[in-house]
Design a protein around this ligand. Structure first.
Ligand code: NAD
Length: 499
């Protein structure tokens, strides 16, 4: 059977994406084409934004508790479908089934937080800011928002839309070309939950669709997650059109292992931070920065642990590392190793050229560890795959200067049993998220996420209460009323005794 051609979802209907081009969606473990992803033409953007704009007023006027109840219903449907969704994630993204199930649990928390809109939509009032003058702010939705997602969390990131919708805005979602199938299933479930036509729309495509949304006069704002170079371009384009934008970019996260780290306890955490999800996550530890005094012993144990990964199809329960997303990504990672060696790096573990017997068509790259330092590509540039660097440092000052030399500022973590060392690191690390004995300091849905420097463009972070601020405007109303006491009639009998 030939693979299905995917369709857009516009105004409550699945519609053929008229475009001139298409790309295959492939299973990264098998190389098999599982769907055809059309690259929609620009008129799909206009159709989706018009559908969203048409739905806006009624959706805004839908009582907040009703919108909240619909989010609860959606959460219930996604919960029931979580195993099915996890299997779709494995098929199109390649991560292991355990990792995909973990993603689904996190994704459900997004919907849960967004459901709290009855609480988060509250405004505030101050009486008598002047004589007889009151001031208040009320939260208003702004109109259609665009949500642009990367490939690595095909459920979690598209679900950023839940905060936009819960607060009263319609959305147009553009999933990654690599992983659209999870989003499509999530949108089918949104339709089943009862979101009115036009409230949730999806357009398939690439750069042209993002630019179309960024430039469309009726789009109120855009939330982007992807690599830093694209985040920067998109942020500049969207804000030049006087729209709201938050653009989450890439990362180069440092894990500092100090001489007081309890290695037995922290080693599994370090290894999973650096290599879980085939290192294809923005929170993955990228550079291991180890105190000189423990370097040799620690590295021996670290490499022994890393060698235990078993590559394979994510659906196989024995697999602990899936493939990387594409053959291009695999080649890019292999080339990064060559460059590291040319720049003087030492190869401590070589994962190039591995084969997985049953899956000759997969994009295989096993864990690869090289020595590095700031100034080397392998240490400075985001690689987004299991090529990781390691550096010795003399102590805390040097470790912090290595962290802060990075052009990225997403996360940094320290492993220590000294509170003072942890506190100093927490204060001086110029990053948006710090881990203390935790290598993947990813905020759960109830905290906002965002980095510094090239890792984040914008001010209001993604998720949680920052998302509520991003998707709403705090309209200020200042009021005073004339009280004509000569017209007073006394107490309203309708209210007498009512309490
Ligand atoms: P990507 O930048 O290649 O693509 C992201 C999205 O942008 C896709 O939907 C893609 O179609 C679109 N796009 C690509 N090129 C474009 C262009 N020139 N103009 C406009 N749109 C364009 O990223 P990816 O490879 O899909 O995802 C991996 C990246 O995402 C990594 O850098 C990772 O660190 C980052 N990421 C960041 C976070 C975070 O919270 N900061 C979370 C997840 C992933």
């Amino acid at each position: 059977m030939s693979p299905a051609v995917l369709r857009n979802f516009i105004g409550g209907a699945w519609t053929e994406a008229a475009g001139t081009d298409s790309v295959p969606v492939t299973n990264p473990a098998t190389g098999e084409t599982i769907a055809i992803h059309p690259m929609s033409a620009g008129d799909a953007v206009d159709a989706a934004v018009r559908a969203a704009e048409a739905a806006f007023w009624d959706w805004w006027m839908t009582p907040v508790p009703t919108r909240s109840a619909m989010m609860f219903r959606y959460r219930h449907l996604v919960w029931d479908a979580r195993d099915e969704l996890a299997a779709i994630i494995v098929e199109e993204n390649g991560k292991t089934l355990a990792e995909a199930k973990g993603e689904m649990l996190r994704a459900l928390q997004y919907i849960e937080h967004a459901s709290a809109v009855t609480e988060t939509m509250k405004g505030a009032v101050t009486e008598n800011v002047g004589s007889g003058v009151d001031i208040e702010f009320i939260r208003e939705p702004l109109g259609p928002f665009a949500i642009i997602a990367p490939f690595n969390f095909p459920a979690m990131i598209p679900l950023y839309f839940t905060w936009a919708v819960a607060t009263g805005n319609p959305v147009v979602i553009k999933p990654s070309e690599h992983c659209p199938l999870t989003t499509i299933r999530l949108i089918e479930l949104a339709a089943e939950a009862g979101f009115p036509p036009g409230v949730v729309n999806m357009v398939l495509g690439g750069k042209g669709i993002v630019e179309g949304l960024a430039n469309h006069p009726d789009v109120a704002g855009l939330s982007f997650v992807g690599s830093s170079p694209v985040a920067e371009i998109v942020y500049k384009l969207v804000t030049s059109n006087a729209k709201r934008c938050q653009a989450q970019g890439g990362s180069k996260n440092h894990l500092v292992v100090t001489d007081s780290a309890v290695v037995d306890r922290c080693l599994p955490n370090i290894v999973s931070s650096m290599l879980g999800n085939s290192s294809q996550r923005c929170f993955a530890g990228s550079n291991l920065v180890v105190y000189d005094s423990i370097y040799d012993d620690f590295m021996e144990r670290f490499l022994a642990e890393v060698r235990r990964f078993k590559l394979g199809n994510g659906m196989d329960p024995a697999t602990t590392m899936g493939p990387v997303i594409s053959p291009q990504s695999q080649r890019r990672l292999e080339a990064a190793v060559d460059t590291a060696l040319e720049e003087g790096g030492e190869l401590l573990l070589d994962g190039r050229g591995v084969e997985v017997d049953e899956y000759p068509g997969g994009n295989w790259m096993a864990p690869t560890i090289v020595t590095g330092r700031p100034g080397m590509e392998v240490f400075d540039r985001e690689l987004f795959g299991p090529v990781r660097a390691v550096q010795r440092v003399s102590g805390l000052d040097e470790a912090i200067s290595v962290v802060n030399a990075s052009r990225y500022g997403h996360t940094a973590a320290i492993y220590t049993e000294h509170g003072g060392v942890a506190r100093e690191f927490r204060q001086r690390a110029q990053v948006g998220q710090v881990g203390i004995n935790i290598g993947t300091p990813a905020p759960i849905a109830f905290y906002a996420v965002g980095g510094r420097k090239k890792s984040f463009f914008g001010s209001l972070r993604g998720r949680a209460n920052d998302a509520v601020d991003f998707y709403t405007d705090k309209k200020v109303v200042v009021s005073t009323w004339h009280v004509d006491t000569s017209q007073e009639t006394g107490a309203d009998p309708a209210f007498e005794g009512s309490t």
